[in-house]
Design a protein around this ligand. Structure first.
Ligand code: SF4
Ligand code: SF4
Length: 307
């Protein structure tokens, strides 16, 4: 049998609350032979739907913060005066305001300040009923989420290689900042979830531009498309302009919210037409990631086989 290459799909959105994680969890129900990754480490919530059982937990030390030797400190006030973030007061550091720049360690006349690696969060490898899941929790007030995303993605790659898994399914962070960039590098396909609002269109344009910058093919899903048909049409035009394509239009469906309240993926809750639309979207994505002949050889055409 031909060897199949591991593929990575990132599900992203210009901002939070567009249904990105809902679609990611639904795809997790439909995809076979995959590892799931929650790269939204600032506000992780995929675990609420996947109900993971933690197998491995590791601490992540990503940033640096000043450590002050109070025996050496003469309370001269230099650090207080010169820290532009007002994060240190005569040797006492405010960890929330501190940006870890290290400047104070250079200007302390007593050499009382040393920069040390700081705890930034935890990452986990878990088991779920849908397969392995790699996720993380950023420490309170920590901002190195891009680095933590990179750690989580690396771990997911290892899990996939060890398990002979063909797909890494990434629930990406919202926005277009550093964590998003860290989530997108090296992926094979982006699925952007948007809503037909003016801000949704604006955010989508930014995401598609980012995808274009990295030369990653992108597809688009318009969630709650029927709340504004005019804006949905604008999204279709915007995608055509950017060489992307709308592969799914999901209507507003209160049952989807009900599913989330009940901590179910929408494929495991009676969500009417939405299930069919999401299934068709997944088929489109799967056929793009694993074009013929791999689909046939691996039995990927058998949609009912489950995970
Ligand atoms: S600059 Fe050094 S010696 Fe002066 S207050 Fe700060 S830590 Fe203490
Ligand atoms: S590391 Fe930078 S931000 Fe933090 S206390 Fe020192 S000078 Fe201020």
């Amino acid at each position: 049998m031909d060897q199949i290459e591991m593929k990575q799909l990132a599900i992203v959105s210009g901002k939070g609350g567009t249904g990105k994680t809902t679609i990611a969890a639904a795809f997790a129900s439909l995809a076979k032979n995959k590892v799931m990754v929650d790269c939204d480490v600032d506000a992780a919530d995929l675990h609420l739907l996947l109900k993971p059982k933690i197998v491995t937990q590791e601490k992540y030390f990503g940033g640096r913060s000043p450590y002050v030797d109070l025996d050496k400190c003469t309370q001269c006030g230099c650090c207080t005066e010169l820290c532009r973030f007002k994060a240190i007061d005569n040797g006492v550091v405010d960890p929330v305001s501190c940006e870890g720049c290290g400047f104070c360690s250079h200007i302390c006349p007593e050499n009382a300040i040393m920069m040390k690696e700081a705890f930034s969060g935890d990452w986990f490898v878990s088991e779920t009923s849908l397969g392995p899941f790699v996720h993380a929790r950023l420490g309170i007030g920590e901002e190195n989420s891009g680095k933590l995303v990179t750690v989580v993605r690396k771990k997911a790659m290892e899990v996939a290689q060890e398990g002979g898994l063909e797909l890494i399914l990434i629930d990406g962070p919202p926005g277009i900042g550093c964590p998003v960039t860290a989530s997108l590098t090296g992926v094979n396909l982006i699925l952007a979830i948007t809503e037909p609002t003016l801000s949704g269109i604006h955010d989508l344009e930014r995401i598609l531009k980012l995808a274009g910058h990295f030369k990653i093919p992108s597809m688009v899903c318009v969630n709650k498309f029927d709340i504004n048909l005019e804006n949905t049409q604008k999204i279709v035009s915007c995608c055509e302009k950017d060489g992307s394509r709308v592969i799914g239009r999901i209507p507003y469906e209160p049952k989807v919210v009900e599913a989330l309240v009940n901590k179910k993926t929408l494929m495991n809750y009676p969500c009417g037409e939405v299930q069919r639309i999401v299934r068709e979207m997944w088929e489109e994505v799967e056929n793009t990631l694993f074009p013929f002949p791999f689909n046939e050889k691996l039995g990927r055409g058998d949609r009912d086989r489950g995970c």
